[in-house]
Design a protein around this ligand. Structure first.
Ligand code: SHN
Ligand code: NAI
Length: 209
């Protein structure tokens, strides 16, 4: 499996999860957070999925899998505990569908990494299926390095970048300035505030022509 990292917009895309257990619950959480419409096909639901269903967050078809269950899916998650059923889901998927085979990664074309977010920053780790637990461990290490403060810092960087791009500064100097903002001293909120005052002024001057 030669995997390529991508970020994907799943807003209002139809995701079908076959199986209603522990792995299905994890995938449902990720897909719902991404704005997908989630349907679960399974005779039983885990407690967590049951709660999502009661809240109206997911659709649940309480049944065994049939090929027609995935005909209009954008992404299919294969997550039953029965290898034969998992195989029949994979066989029923059309070639252009995204398929995550949770129990047999090689059979699908999408792998879910271990990941976390700090606002606009997202950090994902994958071992190409070699050791999901190493992925989780590395994620934990990185969570320690990239603390909660990064959320506000990223917002500052995004806003600064917009303003600097509107300024009259030549592009080379803009790049240098953007790089300068990565120095640790800009973690300081007061320093961020005073920098923003300056960047707003630069943007205004730029807009004045
Ligand atoms: C290929 C992949 C496919 C995919 O699902 O996309 C896959 C495949 C498999 N996982 C298996 C087992 C376990 N996976 C976990 C945990 C996680 N697994 C995740 C991802 C992936 N797992 C993808 C590759 C990621 C990469 O490249 O590194 C994480 C990162 C994300 C998530 O699942 O949400 C999440 C950590 C979340 C976090 O904390 O961040 C645990 C631990 C636990 O459950 O607590 C165990 C039990 C211990 C063990 O066996 O190692 C098995 C054997 C099943 C069996 O024995 O039947 C297979 C099948 C196979 O090897 O083919
Ligand atoms: N990717 C990952 O991180 C991991 C993957 N796995 C693999 O994922 C799969 C699922 O694991 P768990 O969620 O832990 O299992 P689980 O036992 O918690 O859940 C299995 C679910 O499949 C449903 N199911 C069984 N037959 C079905 C059918 N014919 N049609 C529809 N649904 C059916 C059951 O009702 C149950 O809800 C297994 O193949 C396992 O090897 C396991 C652990 C981690």
């Amino acid at each position: 499996m030669a995997v390529t990292p991508l970020m994907i917009d799943l807003t209002e895309q139809h995701a079908v999860i076959v199986g209603g257990g522990r792995v299905a619950e994890r995938r449902a959480a990720t897909l719902l957070a991404g704005g997908a419409f989630v349907t679960v096909i399974s005779p039983h639901l885990s407690n967590g999925l049951q709660r999502e269903w009661e809240k109206g967050q997911i659709l649940w078809k309480q049944k065994l899998f049939e090929a027609t269950d995935i005909y209009d899916a954008f992404i299919v998650i294969v997550a039953t505990d029965n290898p034969k059923v998992n195989e029949s889901v994979i066989n029923a998927a059309s070639p252009n569908m995204l398929v995550n085979a949770a129990g047999e990664a090689e059979q699908g074309n999408v792998v879910f990494p271990s990941f976390f977010r700090r606002g606009k920053l997202s950090i994902s780790v994958s071992t190409n299926g070699a050791s999901p637990q190493l992925s989780a461990k590395i994620k934990k290490d990185l969570q320690g390095i990239y603390s909660e403060n990064y959320e506000g810092y990223l917002d500052f960087l995004a806003e600064s970048r917009k303003l600097i791009k509107r300024s009259r500064l030549d592009p080379h100097y803009q790049q240098l300035l953007l790089k300068e903002l990565l120095s640790e001293s800009f973690f300081d909120e007061n320093k961020q505030l005073s920098a923003m005052v300056w960047f707003r002024k630069l943007a205004k001057e730029g807009e004045a022509g």
